[in-house]
Write a protein that binds this ligand. Structure first.
Ligand code: CA
Length: 443
């Protein structure tokens, strides 16, 4: 129901599945003899404009000619695969954390550790560890070892509320430093769900969340998780997990604080949030350019927390990698460094309101400015620094096992099957996919 397209743009989990092709680049020298790179990425109009501007500056500063290939988020995986199959791997391109293992195994991306560690144009200590670690791989485990990409961005998936609506309904504003308990959240959303014009139809709802993007915070804060620490066992069949999923489903079926299935079909919850009809809704950095235009006051808070009492959420990221076969590795890495860590380039991207700064010092300055919403930008930084986690499907060889959970989940959301029964059924199916992924990875 949410903007899954723009979420997918930041996650990059779709590219590598089934990829078994060797790659090498076919660099072209321009007629003038100038060095030439191709840079392939994806994004919407705002992003495209911002990157074109940054790349133009890079070309000017470095006497390198950069050919840009930009696709929509939906087309990117297909086009990149075709480029790899045709041995036309771009010199520089986006990858997601979930792509790292397969691309390394197939010799498509370059180990850039030495370049970036010795570089005098980039200070790795000033870039979010989460962002860099997402593209490390030691041959066994993503998150550790050599660096295969630098983060284009980190995307803390936070939570927000319509301040104007809460004030009108007489609901005390949430504390940004203390997450709601599950019960407190239900109580607040009940107060907000109302027929405000007395025509017998609801006009506003407490919340309206998509299970695929919002279940994680509730499971984690309730003490559950998807995988064992060694990433070999699927652990969704625990009481903590079942309780969180049941609670999530009950928001609609028992507490009725979300638009009904029919109401969500007329207008999805993302559109309803934008119109001011939803009290609590997820908020991520890639929404900021759109949310500038909202006709109500809003801010960011931690997700409601289950029985651990500790809020949780995930942090998305996309990376920028260099082709193993590039003719100009030094220049290609320099372009990656420029796009991920150059101060001017970062400012261009941040001014376009498409991401939070990759640079820690710049991010602190950005967050300290409370004049533009959200006032609590610090929450984004806390997620990246302290409590954001990788999406469960992002650090395994492929995400088929993870996607399987959502494939048949609808009866639970409709209140026709208990979360506990469903998870018991789903675990063996997920385990089979995970075993197969681990086998392909050689783990
Ligand atoms: Ca009404």
């Amino acid at each position: 129901m949410m903007k899954s397209r723009s979420i997918a743009a930041t996650l990059g989990m779709v590219v590598a599945a089934g990829l078994m092709l060797g790659g090498c680049s076919a660099p072209a020298a321009s007629e003038s003899g100038e060095k030439k790179l191709t840079f392939m990425f994806r994004g919407g109009e705002d992003e495209k404009k911002a990157y074109e501007k940054a790349v133009a500056q890079f070309e000017k500063d470095n006497s390198v000619d950069v050919d840009i290939i930009v696709t929509t988020a939906d087309q990117y995986a297909t086009k990149l695969k075709a480029a790899i199959a045709g041995k036309q791997v771009p010199d520089v391109f986006y990858i997601g954390p979930g792509d790292v293992q397969a691309y390394v195994q197939n010799g498509i991306v370059k180990d850039i550790t030495e370049f970036v560690e010795k570089s005098d144009t980039i200070d790795l200590d000033n870039i979010w560890e989460y962002g860099i670690d997402s593209y490390r791989f030691d041959g066994k485990r993503v998150g550790e070892g050599a660096i295969y990409a630098l983060p284009k961005d980190v995307g803390p998936f936070s939570f927000g509320y319509n301040k104007t609506m809460l004030e009108k309904a007489g609901v005390p504003l949430p504390d940004k430093d203390r997450p709601y308990t599950f019960d407190e959240f239900v109580a607040a959303t009940k107060k907000l769900t109302a027929d405000t014009n007395g025509d017998g139809q609801l006009d506003q709802w407490g919340t309206g969340l998509n299970v695929q993007w919002n279940l994680q915070p509730f499971v984690w804060s309730n003490g559950g998780d998807w995988l064992s620490e060694d990433r070999k066992k699927v652990t969704v069949d625990t009481p903590e997990f079942a309780e969180a999923l049941q609670w999530f489903a009950d928001l609609q079926n028992v507490h009725k604080v979300t638009p009904s299935v029919a109401e969500a079909q007329t207008l999805d919850t993302y559109q309803r949030w934008m119109k001011g009809e939803i009290g609590f809704f997820p908020i991520a950095p890639w929404d900021l350019s759109t949310y500038k235009k909202l006709g109500f006051e809003w801010d960011v808070i931690p997700y409601p927390a289950g029985k651990t009492g500790k809020t949780a959420t995930w942090t998305g990221t996309l990376g920028i990698a260099v082709s193993e076969g590039t003719k100009y590795p030094a220049e290609a890495v320099k372009l990656v460094e420029y796009l991920t860590a150059n101060k001017e380039a970062q400012q261009t991207l941040v001014d376009a309101s498409i991401q939070i700064p990759n640079l820690k010092d710049m991010a602190e300055t950005w967050a300290a400015d409370t004049s533009a919403p959200p006032a609590n930008k610090q929450e984004f930084l806390q997620i990246v620094k302290d409590y954001g986690r990788a999406l469960p499907g992002g650090n395994t060889f492929n995400a088929e096992w993870y996607d399987e959970l959502f494939t048949n989940i609808q009866p639970v959301l409709d209140g026709k099957q208990s979360a506990k029964d469903y998870l018991k059924e789903a675990q063996p199916r997920m385990q089979e996919f995970l075993d197969s992924a681990n086998q392909q990875a050689g783990n």
